[in-house]
Design a protein around this ligand. Structure first.
Ligand SMILES: Cc1ncc(COP(=O)(O)O)c(C=O)c1O
Length: 418
């Protein structure tokens, strides 16, 4: 392919459950981040949307989703260098390379994915791993369940994860009521024969570092490593599991690109995953892959030259500031608690560093409060309730990746809880 990347100018249907991440509509009128307050009158002279419009004192702030809008400030700073120009004639075919296993995977995107893993050292990307691209980790999670389900089984295999688990796992697993696999709940309570275990590490919602809890001889595991990047956790080593999922949404914040990738050890499993993506969406947007390749190249290049614009440094700094502010607010009110801070040696930063999870798993310690989500709604904060994660209603998950303005309002409001 030639000349594709120039550094130039540039609510669920009635009757359906709505617990899926990103699909659930807020139940009350909310300000999603600060975006809904933007109007033509507040746009800049050049028509560009200002970085962060003001948040009205009475606005409800929504920290329920995992929208990574914190990263926008970084990419604005990077500016044109991360712009991708895609000529009208390019990327038109369904195919990227008809001969390769993942025939819709753009070569440049693959190169940049492998490069960033090598830079960070978080996955054994060179040890014969096949790369499968998907429309977000979400599509690949479904492709992996499809590929790992035992052929010819009489009953669907049980899909499990230890509670608290990512709240989208149950509805995504059972969306189409597959005959191959079914959601079977908390892995710690499972006693069936075969299984597929979803191992999310660092875990959404509580940031815990996890290993599979069920025996690998009687089942399979899908390692959801979308938060295994240096801004969120010390990089302890190169993960080398059978199926590992990553996404642009959480490494660079480009959730809107809807682009994820799986590193898959076994060729036949990778082939089945490719088949799933082929049958469900006939591949993955070339435009998105080209844009993502450019963005990942900027991330990796920065660790060779321009130290001002280093993504992991920026995001780590922001997360550290936010966690400090949140812990201070929680300690001051006494109304809440958080999981203990953990630390470890990071092979990427070559330092012992604390973990700064993408979500805060906040527990309400006030007497008489059984439902923390409801309690916070009374303070104009929307957070996702603990039962949706198979956990305790006294806990909520709070997004730590929203804009500075929304995060500041969160801290003010939590601090005022007595
Ligand atoms: C643990 C986990 N896995 C997967 C996803 C989905 O990622 P994507 O945006 O790539 O579909 C998310 C998104 O929040 C997540 O938290």
């Amino acid at each position: 392919m030639t000349c594709l990347l120039a550094p130039a100018a540039c609510a669920a249907p009635a009757g359906h459950k709505t617990t899926g991440h990103g699909h659930q509509q807020p139940k009350i009128g909310v300000t999603r981040g600060a975006r809904s307050k933007v109007s033509a009158a507040t746009a800049g002279m050049d028509g560009a949307v200002p970085l962060e419009p003001a948040i009205a004192p009475d606005a409800v702030i929504n920290l329920e989703l995992g929208d990574p809008t914190m990263y926008e400030a970084f990419w604005r700073e990077v500016g044109e260098r991360a712009a991708a120009v895609i000529p009208g004639w390019s990327g038109m075919s369904y195919f990227s390379d008809a001969q390769s296993l993942c025939w819709f995977l753009d070569r440049e995107f693959e190169r940049e994915v492998r490069r960033v893993h090598r830079l960070v050292g978080n996955a054994a990307v060179d040890d014969g791993y096949h790369l499968v691209v998907g429309t977000g980790a979400t599509q690949l999670f479904q492709a992996a369940m499809y590929a790992l389900s035992p052929a010819g089984a009489e009953r669907p295999v049980g899909v499990v994860s230890p509670a608290p688990y990512y709240s989208s796992y149950p509805p995504q697993t059972d969306l189409l009521l597959s005959g191959f696999y079914r959601w079977a709940g908390d892995a710690n309570a499972f006693d069936g024969d075969g299984h597929i275990e979803l191992v999310c590490s660092p875990n959404n919602p509580d940031g815990a570092i996890r290993e599979a809890v069920l025996n690998s001889e009687s089942g399979k595991a899908i390692h959801d490593l979308v938060y295994y990047w240096p801004q969120y956790t010390p990089i302890a080593g190169a993960a080398a599991h059978d199926v590992m999922l990553f996404t642009m949404s959480k490494i660079t914040g480009h959730a809107g690109a809807r682009l994820g990738w799986a590193l898959v050890k076994d060729r036949d499993v990778a082939k089945k995953m490719v088949y799933f993506v082929d049958r469900s969406t006939i591949g993955v947007s070339k435009d998105s892959q080209l844009r993502a390749a450019k963005i990942l190249a900027v991330v990796s290049d920065a660790y060779g030259d321009d130290a001002r614009l280093r993504l992991f440094d920026f995001a780590r700094r922001r997360m550290r500031e936010r966690w400090r502010a949140l812990r201070a607010a929680v300690a001051a009110t006494g109304a809440f608690s958080l999981p203990e801070e953990t630390a470890g040696y990071c092979n990427f930063t070559k330092q012992t560093v604390a973990a700064y999870p993408a979500f805060a798993w906040l527990r309400c310690e006030k007497d008489g409060v059984e439902d923390c989500a409801e309690f916070l709604r009374g303070h104009s904060i929307v957070a996702r309730g603990g039962e949706q994660f198979g956990g305790d209603a006294r806990c909520v998950r709070v997004n730590m990746m929203d804009t500075d303005g929304v995060f500041d309002v969160l801290i003010q409001r939590l601090s005022s809880v007595t």
